[in-house]
Design a protein around this ligand. Structure first.
Ligand SMILES: NC(=O)c1ccc[n+]([C@@H]2O[C@H](COP(=O)([O-])OP(=O)(O)OC[C@H]3O[C@@H](n4cnc5c(N)ncnc54)[C@H](O)[C@@H]3O)[C@@H](O)[C@H]2O)c1
Ligand SMILES: [Fe+2]
Length: 406
């Protein structure tokens, strides 16, 4: 009963959020695109006059040799460079606190994030901590920054999260196994380089998972009921780019054209959801990722067709799914809507299979389902303008279907 009342309260509050969300500014980073764009970005940092730059990245990328040329390019500008390479997937509060200490010790005047969503999000929070003096726990939630963060430059090395353009930074609470976000237009980076060359050695399974994250951003944003004037163009472009290029990038990592198209898909997917929000897929996958460490993109990829099966018969969602089916040439506009919507869901399943995504969440245990369902329903009811309401019992049934042991 208490749970139902809480859900009702969230629904009531959401009615007030819609006009507020429309007013939130969406700053955009300067974007440099093309082979070696990351090196050009480093030269820009020197040109802007920054003299002490902290590189925030992870040890895998240092080992792969992705970071060294960027470091050299900064040093050639006469910049004093420090390195913080302890970012792990799904960054936690202690990880960003250590990074903050590194920035203070170095007296950095700018940060360069090199990595996937984990490094970029950690760098956003570190940059925000430096100027606000707040702990990561205090920055979580909406609009907690009253001044600009330290200037942040980013080189995404995965193509999926869109963090290079979003107003969000996701952190993981290592004790509660929960993910939460800092949401503020001030965490949008100053500039980003979309450089396919730094993505060439991304392994196929990471290419697949992160690419499906971009698709999920676009699909959830497009189906939600708060679209902006630009949502359609950003979301539909992303969907088309992912279907056309993810299998190529997955099978041929060195294909620079497919890699660049996926980098653009990630960027446009980020633009689509930063205003129109995500939905049930992310609500489930945040809790699944926090509980079992399933990579964010993989949890989304597996969950997406199950959630689409649930919402596809809501009239608004059905019409939007039918439009997406036409956009990827799965049918023409004269085919009945319900058939087109089903074809789009089928195409998502086929794409998952083509890029090696499993059908079930292997670590998901039946005993954890009530807690995951509850957390997901709270997140979705509170934060996301979804096109069809899911009851707690339906959320549990959906999770049951995703269980490998069921
Ligand atoms: N801020 C946002 O708007 C937003 C949106 C979606 C997801 N996220 C968050 O982003 C995080 C996930 O980010 P991600 O999916 O990009 O993965 P990630 O940054 O966690 O990286 C995953 C793994 O890929 C490796 N890797 C990255 N680039 C590589 C490359 N080019 N070659 C070889 N290995 C490479 C990393 O070393 C790491 O081991 C999650 O915490 C998620 O919640 C944030
Ligand atoms: Fe995501």
């Amino acid at each position: 009963m208490m749970f139902e009342l809480r859900m009702l309260g969230y629904r009531f509050l959401k009615a007030f959020m819609k006009p507020v969300v429309k007013l939130v500014p969406q700053p955009r980073p300067v974007v440099v695109v093309g082979p070696d764009a990351s090196l050009r970005l480093c030269r820009m940092i020197g040109g802007f006059g920054f003299r002490r730059v902290l590189i925030v990245t992870d040890a895998v990328l240092v080992k792969l040799g992705v970071v060294a040329p960027l470091r050299r390019a900064l040093v050639e500008q006469g910049i004093d460079v420090a390195l913080y390479d302890s970012i792990l997937p799904d960054p936690t509060y202690p990880v960003v606190k250590q990074g903050h200490a590194a920035a203070l010790a170095h007296r950095s005047d700018a940060i360069l994030a090199v990595g996937g969503g984990s490094s970029i999000d950690a760098a956003k929070v570190i940059a925000a901590m430096v100027t606000s003096g707040k702990t990561p726990e205090k920055l979580l939630g909406f609009f907690k920054l009253s001044k600009p963060m330290l200037p942040l430059f980013v080189v995404p090395t995965t193509a999926g999260t869109g963090s290079e353009v979003t107003i969000a930074a996701v952190l993981t609470d290592p004790v509660r196994h929960a993910k939460a976000a800092v949401i503020d237009p001030r965490v949008v980076p100053t500039a980003a380089a979309l450089d396919a060359k730094v993505m060439q050695r991304m392994p196929p399974h990471i290419t697949a998972a992160t690419g499906m994250d971009a698709l999920t951003h676009a699909v959830e944003a497009y189906l939600n009921v708060w679209p902006t004037a630009e949502t359609a163009i950003h979301a539909v472009s992303t969907v088309r780019l992912v279907f056309a290029n993810l299998p190529r990038a997955y099978a041929h990592g060195e294909d620079l054209e497919a890699r660049e198209a996926m980098a653009l898909a990630s960027f446009y997917g980020g633009l689509a959801f930063t205003k129109a929000y995500v939905g049930y897929v992310h609500a489930f996958s945040h809790k699944i990722g926090g509980t079992y460490g399933v990579p964010h993109g993989q949890a989304n990829a597996i969950t997406l067709p199950y959630v689409l099966d649930f919402i596809k018969d809501a009239p608004y969602a059905e019409a939007r799914l039918a439009e997406l089916a036409v956009a990827i040439d799965a049918g023409t506009a004269d085919v009945p809507r319900a058939d087109l919507a089903q074809r789009f869901v089928d195409r998502v399943r086929e794409l998952n299979r083509a890029v090696g995504i499993p059908e079930k969440i292997v670590p998901l245990l039946p005993k954890d389902i009530p807690e995951i369902a509850r957390a997901a329903m709270i997140e979705a009811s509170r934060d996301y303008p979804v096109p069809k309401r899911m009851k707690l019992v339906q959320a549990k049934e959906l999770l049951q279907r995703m269980c490998a042991t069921a």
